[in-house]
Design a protein around this ligand. Structure first.
Ligand SMILES: [Zn+2]
Ligand SMILES: [Zn+2]
Length: 136
């Protein structure tokens, strides 16, 4: 772990008025530059290596706290929520056989200004499901 992660983490805590707890730091460390779209159990398994007594509920709460502040994205309406360190708009290809999620690039500047939404957007995602190359 380098000082960059700690620096980011301290800034995030300060901005949100959070205490820099060991649990939050461990969850941040588990999701930092993690582009595998982990679920709560993946992060829990990683955090438990250093903090064996941490509960799944704590991991879930902290991940959702991060997602609510836009530090990570939460991908809903899957079998279980998945989390993504990539918060820029991008596409997800989801294999219906093995469940693997991979990113793909979408036009960087979708003309959002030209779309009149009936509300305030929180999350933008293009999701395509099908069969991945490995399962094909
Ligand atoms: Zn597959
Ligand atoms: Zn993604």
């Amino acid at each position: 772990m380098n000082s960059g992660i700690y620096g980011n983490f301290r800034d995030i805590c300060r901005r949100n008025g959070w205490k820099c707890t060991a649990q939050r730091l461990a969850v941040y460390n588990g999701i930092y530059e993690n582009y595998t779209h982990p679920d709560v159990d993946d992060i829990w398994a990683r955090v438990k290596q250093n903090l064996p007594t941490v509960t799944r509920e704590s991991i879930y709460r902290i991940l959702n706290e991060f997602a609510d502040c836009g530090i990570i994205s939460r991908l809903d309406h899957m079998v279980g929520a998945r989390y993504d360190f990539q918060t820029e708009p991008h596409g997800h290809f989801i294999c219906e056989k093995c469940g693997h999620i991979s990113d793909f690039v979408i036009a960087a500047k979708m003309e959002l200004a030209a779309i009149s939404l009936p509300g305030k957007s929180r999350h933008i995602e293009v999701r395509i499901t099908g069969t991945c190359d490995k399962c094909k």
